[in-house]
Design a protein. Structure first.
Length: 199
């Protein structure tokens, strides 16, 4: 038996979300149908609003409502350091730690020859331009994940910007190999930043 068209469409939409398979998508679709109409309207509205009101900061690439984002716009922050991360959610993780007061740069990915992702596919040019423009920046702390792609990206960036006399460091690996910044607890992140090493 086929599902009625509206349910089939809803299942298809849930299937586009990461980590959701056929079974979960179907369960979510039927759950949605049972929800109060107001709640469904709120849910739909927050989806549309999140997409419409948020964009990427033109300086650091983080997700923001205003451009530049509040971190880039805050002159009280340490303007000499920038942490380079893979994803906006890594910025959130590092900010939760409340121990780092410098700037950020979001790559939106890593170099991955397997997936055909080269330097032009991630936000590396933006970082180089930033370093050329902002002479206050003295240290780039690379906080890509401890995966082979994350390591290769760190080395690539290091080689690219070192000639410009900028100190390049990498987070110490209290972070387990293969682990994501996103899932590290605050103490581990703090130690990783404290113990960062020049590369
Ligand atoms: Zn920004």
């Amino acid at each position: 038996m086929q599902y009625p068209e509206p349910i089939a469409k809803l299942i298809d939409s849930y299937l586009k979300l990461p980590g959701i398979g056929e079974k979960t998508a179907t369960r979510l679709a039927f759950f949605t149908i049972d929800m109060q109409e107001d709640d469904v309207a709120d849910f739909a509205q927050s989806l549309v609003a999140a997409k419409k009101d948020l964009h990427y900061c033109s300086i650091c690439g983080n997700i923001t409502e205003s451009d530049p984002c509040i971190i880039c716009a805050d002159r009280q922050r340490d303007q000499t350091k920038v942490i380079v991360v893979e994803q906006p959610k890594d910025v959130m993780s590092l900010e939760r730690m409340r121990e780092y007061h410098g700037l950020y740069h979001v790559l939106h990915g890593v170099l991955s020859p397997m997936e055909g992702k080269g330097p032009e596919d991630i936000n590396i040019t933006g970082l180089v331009k930033r370093l050329q423009k902002n002479t206050d920046l003295k240290e780039v702390i690379i906080a890509t994940n401890a995966t082979p792609e994350g390591e290769a990206t760190a080395m690539y960036i290091s080689r690219l910007i070192k000639p410009a006399q900028i100190k390049v460091t990498r987070l110490a690996h209290g972070l387990a190999v293969g682990s994501d910044i996103e899932y590290a607890d605050e103490m581990t992140l703090f130690k990783a930043i404290e113990g960062r090493q020049e590369i």
